[in-house]
Design a protein around this ligand. Structure first.
Ligand code: BGC
Length: 758
């Protein structure tokens, strides 16, 4: 067993081990028996380097199964899907001697333009956190460490290595932190990866508030903090902030600066010992096998699993007249280059060298009743369309019972490293969809895209839309399974599809300017914004259809003490096929002093039911489900008042609701001082009535109702005035003033109490 005690290493050895050896390994210390830790990208597969490694996925890696990326897993709304991806990825990681798989990414989809949205789960922190925690728990239980990333506020690629994400604390705590917090507290990842960007002006890699106060002191993280690749600018500042391992290699720059800082007394050796100890602890669990190992895993079984899981993720957005599922005997015109050359993952560091890929056309042919029933026309290529291609597509569509157009985005349209500028589908594809829909008896559009694409300009022309996102290497097979009803669609949108990009709340503040991106929309991200201002979207967060129908009934919600509640509802499959329903539980309130979103997802469950089967589904809502982050008191607060628990089919489709009343935190008066406003003095339960009494006694009584109203108006006008000023004008004696100030002092020395954690 290699040492885990920094005291066993020399200062030079310790300085060396704090920075990576190359792109995928930490420094081994042979003399001390310390193996390298092998950290390789994922997380929907592994990317073991062949020879030259890089962190942008430029060089081809050794083959691995490309499972559905996070954008797809997000749409499954099913922690079990995340578990099975996590377990399988760990099996492949072990086969390749990988100790830590870099991921999952739990950054929130703030804007549909973020080039890396395919690597993230959702615009909602609860959905992201629950799925990521399931992935991490399963992957680590199966023998590979995780690196939850990118902490924090890395919600765009544009200028990602410099930009300062300027975000108010409530928004960080309520939207951008909770997924990290859940993974850290529930799944205990081996490592957390800091992001490249600055958070409120300070690089995440050098941010002690982020990496130590929040991550370790508040959430209790005791694993290793690793930098994003090349995110460290000042090795000493990063160590002081709590960043342990700087990746990748830096040709000795970090090592030299650490040695110099310790020798000059600028850096306390205990600080490096703390980080070295964490690196040694992880190295002690490393296999030391490095990436030269066998790579033996069950390729066929993992491909079959990838197909099964992909089918859980696609979202059936529209299905007019029961167009889907297709009869196996239907004459089908398959159109679009994505049917033969599938788009199934995103570009950049998470890019997997898939063991094989399923083309949807082949899978459709395999499920159709005869080879002659399926005809293919390309319609367009990634470069565009022309008349010949369109004519061929239209001819095929005219002869068929149904046309299925495979449209989407090319890999070059979205990637790590840059953001998109539009959410439009390429114009050539829209043209082909419309031309086909104009002649086809029925038209189905199947989409492959990592970030949201607009459905405008063609949505109403087609009968059905299956949003496949990026489904991994077996996505083509899964799409065929869904089209023919071999599998029943059960995905739900993990992000809203707006009518216009401009409707997105981040629109005016994305991707920022002059090195800053201001998160001006605050907590009103995604559906929180649309629902709060009643802005219609094309399809809301949570939306998704299937080939059966469900009802939810018998909602019961009751407080369980300590500002928690239990909720139960009965789900019934009222259709004729087995299927899965996602029960979505939202909480809505106006209680408390801060603006709350119209509703927020607070629990969910995916339930599999046979036709006619019913099940009672229960949820325990914890305190946090009702809390807001109180920045004045640095803690989570529950306001006393009414909370509406809503069961919904999407963020805009509430099917049942129940109101509960919570006692909330004990409201204590804020300290009242001579600088508090007149309004605050009047509002105070003890001092307010006394002030009214003394004022009434001092001033002549109003002669009539009109004068009383005018007096009230004047007081309203003076309400924001500090008491120090009001005293100058008020008809109060010295005795009145002294008495009121003494009363204020005596009755308001305590402040509002809020808990540090909810
Ligand atoms: C990415 C990380 C990735 C790392 C290592 C960086 O460019 O932002 O997500 O894990 O490279 O390849």
């Amino acid at each position: 067993m290699p040492t885990t005690d920094p005291a066993d290493l020399s200062l030079e050895q310790k300085a060396k081990i704090l920075t990576g050896r190359d792109h995928t390994t930490s420094h081994p210390i042979g003399e001390a028996g310390i193996p390298p830790i092998v950290l390789v990208d994922g997380p929907h597969g592994v990317r073991p380097p062949r020879t030259a490694a890089d962190h942008l996925g430029i060089n081809e890696s050794r083959p691995a199964t490309c499972f559905p990326p996070a954008v797809a897993v997000g749409s499954s709304w099913d922690p079990d899907v995340a578990v099975r991806v996590g377990e399988a990825v760990a099996r492949e990681a072990r086969a390749y001697g990988i100790d830590v798989v870099l991921g999952p990414g739990v950054n929130i989809k703030r804007s549909p333009l973020c080039g890396r949205n395919f690597e993230y789960y959702s615009e909602d922190p609860l959905l992201s956190g629950v799925l990521a925690a399931a992935h991490v728990r399963a992957m680590q239980a199966s023998g590979a460490g995780a690196s939850v990333k990118h902490f924090a506020a890395n919600n765009q690629e544009d200028d990602r290595v410099h930009v300062s994400a300027d975000v108010d604390e409530r928004t960080l705590r309520e939207i951008y932190f909770p997924a990290f917090e859940r993974v850290v507290t529930e799944a205990k990842p081996a490592t957390v990866m800091c992001s490249y960007n600055r958070v409120n002006g300070v690089f995440a890699a050098e941010n002690p508030w982020l990496l130590t106060e929040v991550l370790r002191d508040e959430w209790g993280f005791d694993g290793l903090v690793v930098s994003d690749w090349g995110a460290v600018h000042d090795r000493v500042a990063a160590l002081n902030a709590g960043l342990d391992l700087a990746m990748p290699m830096d040709w000795g720059v970090g090592e030299a600066s650490v040695l110099e800082a310790v020798r000059s007394g600028e850096l306390d050796e205990s600080v490096i010992d703390r980080s070295v100890q964490r690196i040694l602890a992880l190295a002690a669990t490393a296999t030391g096998a490095e990436t030269g190992s066998s790579g033996d895993f069950d390729v066929d079984a993992h491909h079959a699993l990838a197909r099964q899981l992909a089918a859980e993720c696609a979202v059936l957005l529209k299905n007019d007249g029961g167009t889907l599922p297709l009869a196996s005997t239907a004459r089908i015109a398959v159109i679009g280059s994505f049917a033969t050359a599938p788009r199934y993952q995103g570009g950049g560091s998470s890019h997997i060298n898939a063991t094989r890929t399923d083309a949807a056309l082949d899978a459709i042919r395999a499920l159709a009743s005869g080879p002659d029933t399926v005809r293919f026309a390309q319609g367009f290529t990634l470069k565009g369309t022309d008349e010949a291609m369109r004519t061929e597509a239209v001819a095929a569509a005219r002869e068929a019972d149904v046309a299925v157009v495979f449209a989407g985005l090319a890999e070059a349209d979205e990637s790590e490293g840059y953001d998109r500028e539009t959410i439009d589908l390429p114009a050539a594809q829209v043209e082909v969809i419309r031309a086909v829909a104009a002649v086809a008896r029925r038209t189905v559009v199947v989409l492959s895209n990592g970030g949201v694409v607009s459905l405008e300009g063609w949505h109403d022309d087609v009968d059905a839309i299956l949003e496949g996102w990026l489904l991994g290497q077996a996505g083509g097979g899964a799409l065929a399974d869904l089209l023919f009803g071999v599998a029943n669609p059960s995905g739900r949108l993990a992000e809203s599809i707006p009518f216009r990009l401009e409707d997105n709340p981040s629109y005016l503040n994305f991707p920022g300017e002059l090195g800053h991106v201001r998160y001006g929309e605050g907590v009103m991200v995604g559906y929180r914004h649309y629902a709060s201002i009643g802005l219609p979207v094309r399809y809301p967060f949570g939306h998704g259809l299937g080939y059966t129908t469900f009802t939810t009934a018998g909602l019961e919600a009751a407080p369980t003490g300590d500002d928690t509640a239990e909720v139960a509802v009965t789900v019934t499959n009222t259709g004729t096929r087995a299927g899965k329903h996602v029960v979505q539980v939202y909480v809505s309130t106006t209680a408390g002093p801060v603006r709350r979103p119209a509703r927020e997802l607070r629990a969910f469950a995916k339930v599999a039911l046979e036709p006619g089967e019913s099940r009672r589904v229960a949820f325990a809502l914890d305190r946090r489900a009702f809390a807001y982050y109180d920045v004045e008191h640095s803690g989570w607060a529950v306001a006393a008042g009414e909370y509406t628990v809503q069961i919904a089919d999407s963020a805009t489709d509430v099917t049942a609701e129940a109101v509960i009343t919570l006692p909330g935190d004990t409201p204590e008066a804020r300290p009242l001082t001579i600088e508090s406003s007149l309004g605050e003095w009047f509002a105070h339960p003890v001092v307010g009535p006394e002030l009214t009494t003394r004022l009434s006694a001092a001033a002549p009584a109003p002669e009539d109702e009109e004068e009383a109203e005018e007096n009230a108006r004047l007081l309203r006008m003076a309400a924001p005035m500090p008491m120090s000023q009001f005293f100058l004008y008020a008809p109060l004696s010295d005795d009145d003033r002294e008495h009121l100030l003494a009363l204020a002092h005596a009755s308001t020395s305590a402040s509002v109490s809020v808990s540090a954690s909810a």
